[in-house]
Structures are given as structure tokens and as C-alpha cells.
Design a protein around this ligand. Structure first.
Ligand SMILES: [Zn+2]
Length: 416
């Protein structure tokens, strides 16, 4: 059940949106989908700019003053916008600015990896309010994994303060047909091929659902939170597996079937580092992931140390600075760097950002080999001033990106 607007405001300690008491429960039960096209555009414009005065809205839209007023009134009545205080330094009478009311509704997101997931409740401004981590193997199949996701999201939704849920975002460690919200031919996700995740999840909260690949979600999060000034970014996840998320001209580059960025299953060049051609999880041999993925490093570590090691063991040993683990990760960095040099030359990103469990634990050890190969092999024009860094957003890059993505879906963007 929804609370009247005043109670929602009291619960979130936000400012009251308007005087005169004309806000009705009926209006506050509306969602952005109920807005007319003009009001929806104005909402998207305010989101894109942070906060705008009526005069700025007039200039940016080219609409008549009465049109702006009527659409603004609609957004205030539905509690989607809120006054944000007067403009600073303006001559004459200060004008009130209006911004998104982030407490109006909640967004629920789940960043699902190969071994576990991070779930989060976010506000409409994509700010993470609370997170929850659950262990779960993606190889257990869609029924088992989605049951864990649903249970976690429902636990997070218990503290909604009567706010509605307006959107759900889920990322998965495999190719996703983005518009259909469906998993397609995942190399390692047994039982997931063709599963229409969006259709299943839509029923949980009765709100729109966005399904994306895990590294694409990370890339959106990095772009929004850490690199808002750039439009071309290459984000690489080195966790159990290896994948890349490509931001090109400000948008995720997905490819024709949602498979763009799957660098983990491209042919590696280990020349000068090792001569074996290991079998990969996808069934081929010699993939980047078969040398660089957390599972591959665990395999090599088990062989060298003479006892079975897991991906979590690799992480622990890297954090402890264990010499064999460090050497294996440095070599992995060189092999990954050779492939990324090609990607950097093709895409000319403004930055390369590394995330994932192995990248986060290995720090400079992975980066050293990576930088060596990228700077040596990529075109000088593409590597001049190219930062290659470990994510500072990890492990929240994915949930942040999902919250941004579903917020854009629900609240709209000016371009749309
Ligand atoms: Zn492979």
C-alpha cells in the first residue's frame, strides 16, 4: 500500500514539494509511465541537468511559459520533482530550482556473478541504500539462482518505508539479449540458454525489469560514478571468468546479439610467457580465460602447490602476497594485456578500468603485466595519456550501474 505524499516525505525527511495541499493520493500512486509525453520529457531533462529553474526549462524546451508551468505542476503533484532551494548568485529575485525527488520510490538490483551475488536497494538517484551478499553458484541453474535473488530482494524490500518499487535490475555473467531480457548461448551457464529472465522477474514486484551482462552493468556504473566526463571507456572484469564492457560515445556497445565484449573467449597470445594451450570452460582451447580467469589461476596454483585450490584461495593468497600466486597473476596480466592492446587500438578508450575478484585482490601485480603489454603493443596515439587502473567502485560498480540503467528505463532520458 502507498502512503500519501506527506507521509512519504516525513519518512524520508525530504522537503515538502508544494503548498496548498492539492496533492492527492491518486496522483502520488501514479508512476512515470502515467505521465504525458511532455511531462516525461521535462522529468528526463531535469534528471540530466541535476536541477533547473522554470526559466531554464523555458529556454531548454522552447515551450510556452504556460506549457512549462502545467507540466511542472504535474511533476510536483506526482511527487517526482521537488523544490531544491533558490539559485545562488542570481540577480533580482532568486528563482526556485526543481530536482528529482529520489525518495519517491525504490529500485531493487542484483549483480549476479559466477560464485555469488550482491543485492542492493537504491533510491531513484541510484544511490545505494543497503546491500546484501549471498553465495550461490550460477551453475546451479536459473531456478535455484533466481530463488536466491528473489529472497534477497524481498528481504531488502522489507525496509521500504512504504515506498513503491519502480524497477528491478539484474546482471548475469553471460551474454544477454538486452531488449528481450533473455540469456543467449552462455558458454558456462548450464541450463540458462534462452531463459527469459525479465519475464520471470517482472512478476515479483510488478515493475519494469532490466537484464544485462555483468560487465556491461559495471561499465555503466564506472562511467556514471568515476568517469562522468569521458564517453569512451573499456571496463574489464577479471573474476572467475574474464569479460569486457565497452562504452562507446557514452553508450554500452552490445553488438548484434549481445555478445560484444566477450574477450575472455578470444584467442590468447601467450608467446614468451608459456607454451601450453589449456582447455577452456567453453569447450575450445587457448582462450584468454583459460590462462587469466580465476578458475584457470586456481588450476595452475593447485598444480604448482600440489593441492586443490579454489578461486577464493587465489584471492586470499594474493592478498597475503604468496609468491606463486603473485607470479601466476603477473603472467596472467601480460597475457590479458596482449589482448587488451588490440582492444585499445580498435576502440581508443579514454581509460581502462579493471574490476572483479581477482583484479581487486591482485592490485598492482595484475596491472604491471597488463600495462607492459598494452603500452608496448597498442598504437601510441591510443595509449598516450591512457590511465589503466583498478576500479575504486568495486564491488559496487555492478549494482550502481544497474540502478542507473533501470532509473534511465523508468524515468527516461532526454535522448529517448
Ligand atoms: Zn573459452
Amino acid at each position: 500500500m502507498l502512503l500519501p505524499a506527506a507521509a512519504v516525505h516525513a519518512a524520508r525527511k525530504g522537503p515538502t514539494s508544494r503548498e496548498g495541499g492539492r496533492v492527492t493520493t491518486t496522483l502520488t500512486q501514479q508512476t512515470p509511465a502515467d505521465l504525458d509525453a511532455g511531462a516525461a520529457y521535462l522529468l528526463a531533462l531535469v534528471r540530466a541537468h541535476g536541477a533547473l529553474t522554470r526559466a531554464q526549462m523555458n529556454v531548454m524546451t522552447g515551450w510556452a511559459r504556460m506549457t512549462v508551468t502545467s507540466r511542472l505542476e504535474q511533476l510536483l503533484a506526482t511527487e517526482l520533482l521537488t523544490p531544491d532551494g533558490p539559485t545562488a548568485g542570481a540577480r533580482g529575485r532568486p528563482a526556485t530550482r526543481y530536482r528529482l525527488a529520489p525518495w519517491r520510490a525504490a529500485l531493487m538490483v542484483a549483480d549476479v556473478g559466477a560464485l555469488g551475488m550482491r543485492l542492493a536497494r537504491c533510491d531513484l538517484a541510484s544511490v545505494v541504500e543497503e546491500t546484501l551478499d549471498r553465495r550461490c553458484l550460477i551453475s546451479d541453474g536459473p531456478d535455484a539462482v533466481l530463488a536466491v535473488v528473489r529472497d534477497g530482494l524481498e528481504q531488502l524490500a522489507a525496509d521500504l518505508d512504504s515506498r513503491p518499487v519502480w524497477g528491478v535490475g539484474i546482471s548475469l555473467p553471460g551474454p544477454v539479449e538486452f531488449l528481450a531480457g533473455r540469456v543467449v548461448s552462455p558458454p558456462i551457464m548450464t541450463g540458462w540458454d534462452g531463459v527469459a529472465v525479465r519475464d520471470i522477474v517482472t512478476e515479483w514486484f510488478g515493475s519494469p525489469v532490466l537484464v544485462d551482462n555483468d560487465v556491461n552493468a559495471m561499465a555503466v556504473g564506472e562511467l556514471a560514478a568515476s568517469y562522468p566526463e569521458v564517453s569512451d571507456l573499456l571496463v574489464v572484469k577479471v573474476g572467475t571468468g574474464v569479460g569486457a564492457g565497452i562504452i562507446s560515445e557514452g553508450r554500452v556497445l552490445r553488438g548484434a546479439a549481445g555478445a560484444a565484449g566477450d574477450i575472455g573467449h578470444t584467442w590468447a597470445d601467450p608467446s614468451g610467457i608459456r607454451s601450453d594451450v589449456p582447455e577452456c570452460r567453453c569447450g575450445k582451447r587457448g582462450c584468454v580465460e583459460s590462462y587469466v580467469g580465476g578458475w584457470a589461476i586456481a588450476r595452475d596454483l593447485s598444480r604448482e602447490l600440489g593441492s586443490e585450490r579454489t578461486v577464493d584461495d587465489v584471492t586470499d593468497l594474493l592478498r597475503a602476497g604468496e609468491s606463486t600466486a603473485v607470479r601466476l597473476v603477473r603472467d596472467a596480466g601480460r597475457i590479458l594485456g596482449a589482448s587488451l592492446a588490440t582492444a585499445v587500438s580498435l576502440l581508443n578508450p579514454s581509460a581502462v578500468v579493471l574490476g572483479g575478484q581477482i583484479a581487486a585482490a591482485s592490485g598492482e601485480h595484475l596491472l604491471a603485466g597488463l600495462r607492459e603489454r598494452i603500452y608496448a603493443r597498442a598504437l601510441p596515439l591510443a595509449t598516450r595519456d591512457l590511465p589503466i587502473k583498478v576500479s575504486t567502485l568495486w564491488p559496487n560498480a555492478g549494482v550502481h550501474g544497474l540502478a542507473r540503467g533501470i532509473a534511465d528505463t523508468v524515468l527516461g532520458t532526454p535522448a529517448a
